[in-house]
Design a protein around this ligand. Sequence first.
Ligand code: 5AD
Ligand code: SF4
Length: 428
Amino acid sequence: MNVADSEVVAAVLRQCNYQHTEHPEEADLILVNTCSVREHAEQRVRTRLRELGKIKQKHGQVKLGVIGCMAERLKGKLLEEEPMVDLVVGPDAYRLLPDLLEEVDGGGKGINTLLSTVETYADIDPVRMDKNHVTSFISVMRGCNNHCAYCVVPSTRGRERSRDPETVIGEARTLFDQGYREVTLLGQNVNSYRWNANGEKVSFEELLGRVARIDPMLRVRFTTSHPRDLSDDLLKQMALFPNICRAIHLPVQSGSTRMLRKMKRRYTREDYMDRVEAIRTYLPDASISSDIIAGFCGETEEDHRQTLSLMEWAGFDFSFMFKYSERPDTFAATHYPDDVPEAVKTRRLNEIIGLQTRLSRESKEKAVGNILEVLVEGTSKKSEEHLFGRTSQNMVAVFPRGDHRPGDYVQVNITACTPATLIGHPVP
Ligand code: 5AD
Ligand code: SF4
């Protein structure tokens, strides 16, 4: 999400003659795009701001700004707490950056954290910041109307709004014409994408189909799906298009219905299992990945065991796993005590990570012996002689380079694996 937003910001700044650089030392303006989902993420931003503050002291002219969720959450407080910051811009105010920069030039501070109910930056042609020119992201909706009790996103990113489908398709087609071979459609809750204007109604499955139809050589992924909104219709639509990747990110958060209710997730353990079974029915070769939170308010050993047992049952191919981090002003922060001791959270998280490590290894081992199509993204980090890419299931595979190049689709015979990577050789 933040990569896609940074690309929009770079496009807005290009209009006032800024160019993107990888090197903060040569910049006239440094913007830190931020996340507030966990406290740890915010602490890292503060450390980074102090490092960048030193660059600012050395090169007096440079302006330093904070954009994104942390700007939205802290607003003017950020200017008070981090005095080297000149600019604070929330996720719906990026178009105003040129004006805000003028205010800073005039010796003031620039701040705008107004949220919008309509801004989607649909007309902005993002400046691509990916390194490989093969895979890219397209933001299709912004905001979130859910009220998960632990989550700060609805207050930092505002209400849900969907982007005009024509602009999404146009952006995907341009990327394909430029040589990109994979797009990931992004939204906090991407399945609730819904366009309804001038008598035209477009659902997420329709949008997905329209992007997939651009060219069979364009792979399409999407994230993130909410278990309540992952419909059979969407799964059936995916099954119709081989170029819609067989990978579904479906965050469960907890395997205990009691916890899910407290989290206000609006599904039970059984509802989640029903969605996994639907995926297995319509897309038997799909991988399923998840997000899991350890140690949410009031979580007992029994709740934790239910998370482990659900993970085992679903056989997640991959998970992002977190300790619960209380976020100010969320429903959980104002209604429930954060009462699972830190040491217990750590132990439970470690058990979750231990189990996921085994499940990830088993999922890779199952791929060994198969021939899988890999979209090449670049040279392997470990060896110049090898390329790496991803399978449709979103597994990383490495293989000897031969005559292949980034952007090629290669049939790879998978002969071995490590816990994180498939290893193979191209089928002659
Ligand atoms: N503490 C820990 N993890 C969180 N997430 C969201 N809010 C919190 C929080 N307060 C996790 C969820 C979500 C992912 C993006 O971040 O698992 O799916
Ligand atoms: Fe946060 Fe829930 Fe919305 Fe995801 S669906 S962004 S966890 S409120």
